[in-house]
Design a protein around this ligand. Structure first.
Ligand code: SF4
Length: 402
């Protein structure tokens, strides 16, 4: 597996696979052929169908400049990945470079025909069972295992935590309607103000967690800086529960970094053995993965054992199996924003289960990851970030011109 720094990427929303990945590829492409005077990008598959709403064209033009035109090809079916695009560079009207690029999820890219240069494989062990056995043999916790493989990761995790908290702080203060034409109002502030006057501890907890999850997801939808955890669309789940737990119980920053390390390890295992891409495996791969990560992170904060952390992560994914990706009008707003808050609450429930039901569990984390992948591959393409099925197809609400 690769470094956890490849999973938590700090950058602008609204989509890791549709904006961060293409933007990065376009910047590398420009560096590879700086003498070009014109560029063209052709988007295929999910990128062609939802690229407008996800602002893929804007991200590529920002990277390549005004002399770049973007085409959307919804006809081509024979693709290496649902998020495929081609970049062309021209000099004096002649093509001088062509790249085929796959945006494989979480902001990661693969340039077809070129060795993957993103980062090395730093984790020798790839499954939860292997890692668990190693931790038992060496008498270490999961966070200690992460630090043993990545001894210099803590400063990066500190930056991640700061970016997460900054997104929460901005998001709970912001108001107004998000761009895109769906007239989706920001709601984080409302949740935040409601919980202040709330005396009931159970509704106060849920409102505060929801306020934080909405805050980050709304910042993402607005194209502001967030952290992929594991993707942009699912970026509100992990920060909301960790922030709530820190405020409620006074956990130190060191403990939060340990929780981020463990949550990152869980996300990495899913990325390695299945997918974190909505275009590849539906929303279960994004929001389901975020819920698993958040549950594992909170369980780590509460000093639960490895079996309990595994159970929390497994429950977080199990009850998202089959979850479709059907963003209305290709925008990362409906159902994406609310879904972050719902998954955050489910992560808290998963930790609650893990607290006392771990001895009764029947399903391992590795099994649920395999199941998620197979389920995702069986989902028809209308439910994998193409905005041609599900809620995207049936939504009859207002859509103004953006
Ligand atoms: S529905 Fe889920 S997977 Fe699809 S764009 Fe929204 S958050 Fe991402």
């Amino acid at each position: 597996m690769k470094s956890i720094t490849e999973l938590y990427r700090i950058g602008r929303g609204p989509s890791s696979s549709h904006t961060m990945g293409p933007s990065k590829a376009a910047m590398l492409f420009k560096e590879a052929m700086p003498i070009a005077d014109e560029y063209k990008a052709v988007l295929y598959g999910s990128l062609a169908l939802t690229g407008k709403g996800h602002q893929t064209d804007k991200a590529i033009i920002e990277a390549l400049g005004k002399n770049c035109k973007v085409e959307f090809n919804t006809e081509e079916q024979n693709l290496k990945h649902p998020n495929t695009f081609r970049l062309y560079a021209y000099k004096d009207g002649k093509e001088v470079l062509e790249w085929e690029v796959l945006s494989v999820g979480g902001g990661a890219i693969q340039i077809v025909g070129q060795p993957v240069t993103e980062s090395e494989e730093v984790y020798r062990l790839n499954t939860f069972d292997e890692i668990k056995a190693y931790c038992y043999e060496n008498d270490m916790t999961l966070s200690e295992y992460v630090y043993s493989v990545e001894p210099f990761i803590k400063p990066y995790l500190k930056r991640v935590w700061k970016a997460m908290c900054d997104a929460i702080t901005r998001g709970v203060k912001a108001s107004g309607v998000l761009d895109g034409g769906l007239e989706v109002a920001r709601k984080a502030r409302r949740f935040f103000l409601e919980q202040k006057s709330d005396e009931l501890s159970e509704t106060k907890e849920s409102r505060l967690i929801c306020a934080y999850a909405f805050a980050v997801a709304e910042e993402n939808a607005d194209g502001k800086v967030i952290v992929t955890a594991p993707t942009c669309g699912s970026c509100g789940v992990v920060p909301s529960v960790l922030k709530y737990m820190q405020e409620r119980h006074g956990y130190s920053e060191e403990k939060i970094l340990d929780a981020l390390a463990v949550a990152g390890l869980i996300g990495n295992i899913i990325k390695q053995n299945a997918s974190i891409s909505g275009a590849e495996c539906g929303c279960q791969a994004e929001i389901g993965s975020a819920c698993s990560m958040a549950a594992a992170g909170v369980a780590q904060l509460m000093d639960m054992g490895i079996e309990q952390i595994e159970y929390a992560a497994e429950v977080g994914m199990e009850h998202h199996l089959g979850l479709t990706c059907d963003p209305v009008c290709g925008l990362v707003q409906i159902p994406c924003i609310e879904r972050n808050a719902v998954a955050a609450m489910m992560a808290m429930t998963a930790v609650n289960f893990a607290n006392f039901l771990t001895v009764t569990r029947k399903v391992s984390f590795d099994t649920i990851v395999k199941t998620m992948y197979e389920t995702g591959k069986d989902l028809p393409s209308g439910y994998r970030e193409t905005s041609t099925g599900g809620l995207a197809k049936n939504y009859k609400g207002k859509k103004n011109s953006p």
